[in-house]
Design a protein around this ligand. Structure first.
Ligand SMILES: O=P(O)(O)OC[C@H]1O[C@H](OP(=O)(O)OP(=O)(O)O)[C@H](O)[C@@H]1O
Ligand SMILES: O=c1cc[nH]c(=O)[nH]1
Ligand SMILES: [Mg+2]
Length: 209
């Protein structure tokens, strides 16, 4: 069964409180999504493996540490996931970036795929899939299935606000994928929006409503 890590860092909680407010405009919303992604990336990379490496400082030789294991990639689910990429890259600047385009059909809530461009060597990388919202879980599970079909073996999923239903679906369909969640909310409303949530993340990031 996958691990679910709900963020308890005060800075993350404070910033999520601001993006939830309906009066927060696109400029601040975008900036805060990026800051939250950066802080969540810091927390979600705590268990990356290190290896010893012999180096020379200007003063002497020493055994330093460097990241071991698979190289990393960040894969945002378009559109809203784009808002998290800068924050992720500020922590892991050498990561490659893939893009998966999905939108939810407003009636059926089923994800519709419209784009997929991944790094050539993505199967050899550890992938962080990012999307601010995990609602029914349809988009995240579909994106992860697409990555697995391309041969990706090690995947983590990061979202800022999740509904219990989405977490349940992810754990059922992808029990090997650990989940990093900024805040776990109460339920979904009849339109598939997270309650209390923050509204439509894509529209708020890009000012399309
Ligand atoms: O868990 P789900 O029920 O699939 O809902 C979550 C998805 O819905 C939103 O995207 P949306 O379809 O609004 O597309 P957008 O990012 O282009 O606005 C959000 O960014 C997720 O991708
Ligand atoms: O609450 C929700 C649910 C899906 N997508 C969003 O952007 N917000
Ligand atoms: Mg949207």
């Amino acid at each position: 069964m996958s691990k679910v890590m709900i963020m308890d860092h005060p800075l993350i909680q404070h910033k999520i409180g601001i993006i939830r407010r309906q009066e927060t405009g696109s400029k601040d919303f975008r900036q805060l999504i990026s800051e939250i992604a950066m802080l969540m990336c810091y927390e979600a990379t705590r268990d990356l493996k290190l290896t010893d490496v012999e180096i020379e400082t200007p003063i002497s030789k020493m055994t330093a540490k460097e990241l071991a294991g698979k190289k990393l990639a960040v894969v945002p689910i378009l559109r809203a996931g784009l808002g998290m990429v800068d924050g992720m890259l500020s922590m892991i600047p050498a990561a490659k970036v893939g893009h998966i385009g999905l939108y939810r059909n407003e009636e059926t809530l089923e994800p519709i795929e419209y784009y997929c461009k991944l790094p050539k060597d993505c199967a050899e990388r550890e992938v962080f899939v990012v999307d601010p919202m995990l609602a029914t879980g349809g988009s995240a599970t579909a994106a992860i299935t697409m990555l697995k079909n391309k041969g990706v073996k090690k995947i983590r999923f990061m979202c800022i606000v999740a509904a219990p239903q989405g977490i349940e679906r992810m754990q059922k369909e992808h029990p090997d994928v650990d989940l990093y969640v900024g805040a776990l909310d109460d339920h979904l409303n009849e339109n598939g929006y997270i309650v209390p949530g923050l509204g439509d993340a894509g529209d708020r990031i890009f000012g399309t409503k």
